[in-house]
Design a protein around this ligand. Structure first.
Ligand SMILES: Cc1cc2nc3c(=O)[nH]c(=O)nc-3n(C[C@H](O)[C@H](O)[C@H](O)COP(=O)(O)OP(=O)(O)OC[C@H]3O[C@@H](n4cnc5c(N)ncnc54)[C@H](O)[C@@H]3O)c2cc1C
Length: 294
């Protein structure tokens, strides 16, 4: 892997929005899709696992860190190409807020409701990130994925299942690039929509603090996870420096020195309280990397 940017024993807390986590044995920062293919191919032959990281905005990494290689898309895989006819190609590491601004500047509409999600295109596609009635899966035409052997595949949107905060691709691996189709819009109107959605977000979410967004998915049909946690008395509850936000009870925050173990304990307490009081079993929305015990 000559020429690939590598960091040994990288501190994953510096790469997650909640600011928690041990080290990655090795972290790589590919500059091109060809480099992603090479990394997967070389590591596969060496028997090393590769995990893909975007902006780390929906991730809890164990205090003991992770074995193997972490491939970070956010640093360099950030190209966006406007093709005309409302079609846009974005690499996996492009941040959604940046894509939204570039769309607005190009008079393209559609991404506004999800423009404030602090994740990458790749992470958003894997989780079918969404807000205010729009999900990224609604906008995508095709996705390119590098599989565990280092082979690049293009998958059309019809072959992908987009669910609630989850996506099933016919090929497993790292999302490296995607094609989107937006609608024609007017720059000023699109910017105004972005401003409006972000304002809404800022008034309802603890925006300034370290978090990974919602800890739990909303149960189907019934009350939101936040409302259930609130009624179960979890608003403001803490373990060490980890606590459930006073503003939005489903947002789990790091006041400073919280550990992954603190976060886990608190999530378990929240889950237990909601199950005991309302008979609803909450499912974590945050993805977890590393060893968290049984
Ligand atoms: C303040 C705040 C507000 C948020 N609001 C919302 C919201 O309104 N709606 C919403 O849906 N989410 C929200 N989130 C959660 C989060 O931003 C989204 O889930 C986002 O899409 C995660 O993208 P990421 O790049 O940060 O992924 P990461 O956190 O880096 O990764 C998450 C998972 O995706 C995998 N992954 C990442 N990139 C790739 C790739 N290229 N290929 C394959 N797998 C990959 C990782 O392996 C990991 O399992 C919020 C988070 C925060 C901190």
């Amino acid at each position: 892997m000559k020429g690939v940017e590598v960091s040994l024993r990288a501190k994953l807390k510096d790469y997650t929005t909640i600011g928690i986590g041990g080290n990655a044995e090795r972290m790589v920062f590919p500059r091109s899709i060809a480099e992603v293919c090479e990394i997967f191919s070389v590591e596969r032959r060496a028997g090393v696992t590769v995990q893909t990281l975007g902006a780390g905005s929906n991730l809890l990494v164990s205090d003991n860190g992770v074995q193997g290689t972490v491939l970070c898309t956010k640093k360099h895989l950030s190209k966006v190409v406007f093709l005309g006819g409302c079609s846009v190609i974005a690499e996996a590491g492009v941040m959604l807020p940046r894509l939204a601004v570039l769309c607005a500047l190009s008079n393209l509409s559609g991404i506004e409701p999800i423009s404030g999600i602090p994740g990458t295109v790749g992470g958003a596609l894997v989780l079918n990130a969404g807000a205010y009635g729009r999900r990224i899966g609604d906008l995508v035409e095709w996705v390119e994925i590098v599989d565990a052997e280092g082979v690049l595949h293009r998958v059309e949107a019809q072959a992908i299942w987009f669910g609630y905060r989850e996506t099933a691709f016919p090929v497993h691996g790292a999302v490296v690039r995607a094609g989107f189709r937006f609608a024609e819009g007017t720059r000023e109107v699109v910017f105004e929509q972005i401003r409006r959605w972000n304002e809404k977000r800022r008034t309802s979410h603890p925006w300034e603090e370290k978090s990974f967004g919602c800890a739990f998915r909303n149960p189907q049909g019934g009350e939101s996870a936040g409302a259930l946690l609130d009624r179960a008395g979890m608003r403001g509850e803490q373990e060490g420096d980890a606590y459930f936000s006073e503003k939005h009870a489903n947002f789990l925050l790091n006041r400073g020195k919280a550990t992954a173990a603190d976060v886990c304990h608190l999530m378990n307490r929240g889950r237990k309280a909601v199950e005991e009081q309302f008979g609803v079993l909450l499912t974590p929305e945050v993805r977890m990397w590393g060893d968290f015990g049984a």
